[in-house]
Design a protein around this ligand. Sequence first.
Ligand SMILES: C[S@@+](CC[C@H](N)C(=O)[O-])C[C@H]1O[C@@H](n2cnc3c(N)ncnc32)[C@H](O)[C@@H]1O
Length: 189
Amino acid sequence: MNRWNLLAPAYDRLRRAWPLNVILERELENVRFLAGQVEQEGKTILDLGTGTGVHLKVFNPQAKVIGLDQSQRMALVGRSRCRAFILARAEHLPLKSRCIDIISAVGLLEYIRSEGKLLKELYRVGNSSGYLLITSSPRGLFTFARLLTGAKIYGREASQVIRSTDAAGYTLLRETKTFSQCAFLLRKR
Ligand SMILES: C[S@@+](CC[C@H](N)C(=O)[O-])C[C@H]1O[C@@H](n2cnc3c(N)ncnc32)[C@H](O)[C@@H]1O
C-alpha cells in the first residue's frame, strides 16, 4: 500500500504534535507571505501534493482551489477543503495547457526525483505569466527525519531550485527561508 495512504489518518494529528507544529507553522507563515503577494480573488489555484489540505488556509477563500494528490486516502480528507480534487501524479497532470493561474506545491518537491520533469509539466499547465509557489527542503537533519514517513527524500538547496526553475522558464520574484524549508514565488516568462 502507498505509504501516504497509511499515513493519511494520522497526518493532521502528527502535524499538531510539538515541536513539529512550531516548525511547520513557521514554514506556513512564509508560504502565506508569498501567496499574499499575488492577487488571488477569482483565480484558479492548482495545489499539488495537497495531502489533507491543512495548509490551504493560506489562500484567499475567494480563489478556486483545485487540490491534487496521488494518494487516495489523503484525497479522502483533502477533497473536503478544496473546490475540486484530482487524483493524479504531479508529473502527469490530466489538464489542458495554460489553464491555471497559480500553481502551488507545498511540501511536495522533496518527494520528487526529477524536478526538471515536474517543472516542465507545471510550465505547460500554467497560464502565460502564471505564478508558481513552490517549496523545497534543504539537505539536513530535519529533512532526512522525513524518511520516517517511509518516503524517499530528495533534499535540495535553494540555489539548485533557483537554477532549475530558471531553466524551466520561470523568473524568481521572492524567496523566503527557514532552517527546514525554502519557499519561492516565481512567474512564467
Ligand atoms: C508532506 S505531504 C504535504 C501535504 C500538504 N501539501 C501539506 O503541506 O501539509 C506530501 C504529499 O505529497 C503527495 N505526493 C507525493 N508525491 C507525489 C506526486 N508525485 N504527485 C502527487 N502527489 C504526491 C503525497 O501523497 C502527500 O500527500
